[in-house]
Write a protein that binds this ligand. Sequence first.
Ligand code: SF4
Length: 255
Amino acid sequence: MRTGTPARPRSAASAAAPKGGKKTGKRASGYNPLAPDRIAEILKRLDQMYPEVTCALTHSSAWELLVATILSAQSTDANVNRVTPELFRKYPTVQAFAALTPEQLQPDVRSTGFFRNKSKSVVGAAKKIVADFGGRVPDDMEKLLSLPGVARKTANVVLGTWFKKAEGVVVDTHVHRISRRLELTTNNDPQKIEQDLMRVIPREKWILFSHQIIWHGRKLCIARKPKCVDCSLENLCHAADKTWSTVEMHKNAKA
Ligand code: SF4
């Protein structure tokens, strides 16, 4: 399965919003960033901006997605996608990976960074999947978390994208940053952010919401200089580090 062609973000805000600079000021009394109406509006606009997005890591099986996700830590999806086609040609099955030592895998994944740890995780996961799960990637959170190098982010990617099971919300660097900017959480710890998001985002939206926010983080809400003037969430967003705003900015709403 080749995943996701990103929808081109629409830039309604740039046309609709008045010219203006940053505004700061008192928070409107009664403002609740978690109000159901606000959350629903954010989700509606994300649907409009990114109607059919999914995971950008190239994969054709749960195992390939698991490997690609492990390799994507501290790397870009594009970088991982440059490595994995040849990697999966060379080692076409989970059993082929299980037969390796981490050292044998290292040269093949070197360009994704942190290659020693990643090799250890991939080979360790392959060995455990072969030994304990009949060579099949489990579709169960607890079992996935028992694999070396697999934490909730990776498990959520595999469960959501491949198995279509909403067990949690993927919290990567983009979801982390944007959830804080949008005041959906005040936490910094990914597990706590995930719990906060699971409380306010309806479960049927968990999988799509993560994909949409990840695309939003790549296209517009980038780390250093978000393109707020082109963002359809602009008048719902009070982030302290906005580059352009028609609404008051909240000093704690930042990445
Ligand atoms: S910080 Fe800017 S780009 Fe990011 S969500 Fe807010 S308005 Fe949009």
